[in-house]
Design a protein around this ligand. Structure first.
Ligand SMILES: NC(=O)c1ccc[n+]([C@@H]2O[C@H](COP(=O)([O-])OP(=O)(O)OC[C@H]3O[C@@H](n4cnc5c(N)ncnc54)[C@H](O)[C@@H]3O)[C@@H](O)[C@H]2O)c1
Ligand SMILES: O=CCc1c[nH]cn1
Length: 467
């Protein structure tokens, strides 16, 4: 298998990295993560060299989190959670590996059959830039647990931490070549999707790229998992616990600078509680500390790059033109710290006066912009919530337990959070309906997406004499 994976991507090997995409921060630079053992992590911005060093597990968590902050721009507080979710994922699938089993089926006459769960072969993982380390873990852990090899291609905007994961696997005894990181953009992704030795592609990214990946995979009859974008509804009924609903709306919109696929960016609020909701949500949004993502006190870091910041600000301008009212934020933010003045920061934004036909309500913004929409009845809001081509996630806040489960059943989305939002325990399957994709990550079910079933039929008597 290790040889097979090297055949797929000549030049790739566990723990080395080739950075070729001119768009990324590390462009043209070389990352050597295993230069020295048992020393401190060192970044050399002048040369682009990165030395990642091995220490205790706790120290390692902190170091990886710092690297993720540099990689992505999210706050250190969030990055630490991402690293925890990643190791929990690896431990979870390591535990499941020993429990993989088939079925015994008794047949007439003493014959029987059994099924074997077998690996697919070389799987390709292609990642987005918003959760670089976590996505690499979410894909590689179940893939390796099922006996596959994986070639992982991170986004060219966040090439750093997937390599660290390769280092960790290597240190843990994973044979060379079983988990490889290959750097690059669309061209590299295309080569991987088209390669005849690749059995499966697990893709996380936008809908347009997902369609291309599916098309290429279809030509080679490769299995595909597509984890794509969303425009998820969060429905807040007047009988909710308002404090929790406000917290939920913030969780649903402002983690990782709003760059989260399952964000509940269409916040439907029952008219009776709209004034109280808006007052509280705006007060807390204004209090979000934006700035240096390496500081413990910071709650929102920088967006991924300049074009993306401009795109998000463009959505806010368009929303204003279409009649939305900006209650707070929605502007470029320049921190007072001189070293941060050129960063891609923006103030988190709450939009009121929104209608279902506005661009900010229909399209995935992928930035810290919450659109608030009033509603009257349950029937109306469920119909409006489902009126989208996306179907990744959804949420409902209510104290009425029957209503909560009824709404969860009627929402067309892969996940429905009741009285919370954006929690992703590894035990729980995650994935989309409609154009948000198919297949699942996390949970036991993901074993089915990284393995194939062989049936063995055993005769205990004589073969029928038909001829
Ligand atoms: N559902 C999920 O689990 C999930 C999680 C995170 C992000 N996302 C989605 O990802 C999007 C943002 O991420 P992005 O901007 O990195 O997405 P993207 O589609 O631009 O890129 C995703 C990955 O695909 C690669 N790629 C680009 N063109 C390709 C091609 N032709 N063939 C193969 N690979 C190609 C990119 O280099 C990158 O690694 C958002 O829509 C977000 O909702 C979804
Ligand atoms: O961005 C979407 C949710 C997620 C978190 N980690 C991987 N995907």
């Amino acid at each position: 298998m290790a040889q097979a994976i090297l055949d797929v991507m000549p030049g790739a090997s566990t723990g080395t990295v080739q950075v070729s995409d001119p768009l990324n921060f590390w462009a043209g630079k070389r990352v050597e993560p295993r230069q020295q053992k048992n020393a401190e992590p060192v970044f050399e911005p002048a040369t682009g060299d990165c030395f990642f060093l091995l220490g205790s597990r706790w120290e390692k968590r902190e170091k990886i989190a710092k690297l993720e902050v540099i990689n992505n721009g999210k706050s250190i507080t969030e990055a630490l959670v991402d690293i925890d979710i990643a190791w929990q994922c690896i431990e979870y699938y390591a535990g499941l590996a020993g429990a993989l089993a088939g079925q015994h089926v008794q047949l007439p006459g003493g014959a029987f059959a059994y099924t074997r769960r077998e690996p697919l072969g070389v799987c390709v993982g292609i990642g987005a830039w918003n959760y670089p380390f976590q996505i690499a873990a979410w894909k590689s852990a179940p893939a390796l647990a099922c006996g596959n090899a994986m070639v992982f291609k991170p986004s060219p905007f966040t090439p750093v931490t997937a390599v660290i994961l390769a280092e960790i696997y290597k240190e843990a005894g994973v044979p060379d070549g079983l988990f490889c990181v290959v750097q690059g953009g669309a061209e590299t992704g295309t080569i991987l999707c088209q390669h005849p030795k690749v059995a499966k592609v697990s893709f996380t990214g936008s809908v347009p790229t997902g369609k291309k990946v599916m098309e290429m995979s279809a030509k080679g009859v490769k299995q595909v998992t597509l984890e794509l974008g969303g425009k998820s509804p969060l429905i807040i009924f007047k009988d909710c616990d308002l404090e929790n609903a406000v917290r939920g709306a913030l969780m649903a919109n402002f983690l990782t600078q709003g760059q989260v696929c399952c964000n509940g960016t269409r916040v439907f609020v029952q008219k009776d509680i709209m004034p109280q909701f808006l007052e509280e949500v705006v007060k807390r949004t204004k209090a979000i500390l934006v700035g240096d993502p390496l500081l413990d006190s910071t709650r929102m870091g920088a967006l991924i790059n300049k074009p993306h910041l401009e795109k998000v600000l463009g959505f806010v301008s368009q929303a204003k033109l279409q009649g939305a009212r900006v209650l707070c934020g929605g502007e470029r933010f320049v921190p007072s710290d001189p070293k941060l003045v050129n960063g891609y920061f923006m103030s988190p934004c709450v939009l009121d006066n929104c209608r279902d036909d506005m661009t900010c309500v229909k399209e995935e913004i992928f930035g810290p912009v919450m659109s608030v929409l009033p509603f009257d009845t349950e029937e109306e809001v469920v119909q409006r919530a489902n009126n989208t081509t996306f179907g990744l996630a959804s949420g409902v806040f209510t104290r009425d337990i029957s209503r909560a489960h009824r709404v969860a059943e009627n929402l067309e989305a892969g996940t429905c959070f009741i009285n919370n939002y954006n929690i992703s325990p590894v035990e729980v399957p995650f994935g989309g309906y409609k154009m948000s994709g198919f297949g699942r990550e996390n949970g036991q079910v993901t074993i089915e997406y990284y393995s194939q079933l062989k049936t063995v039929v055993v005769e205990m008597g004589d073969v029928d004499n038909y001829f």
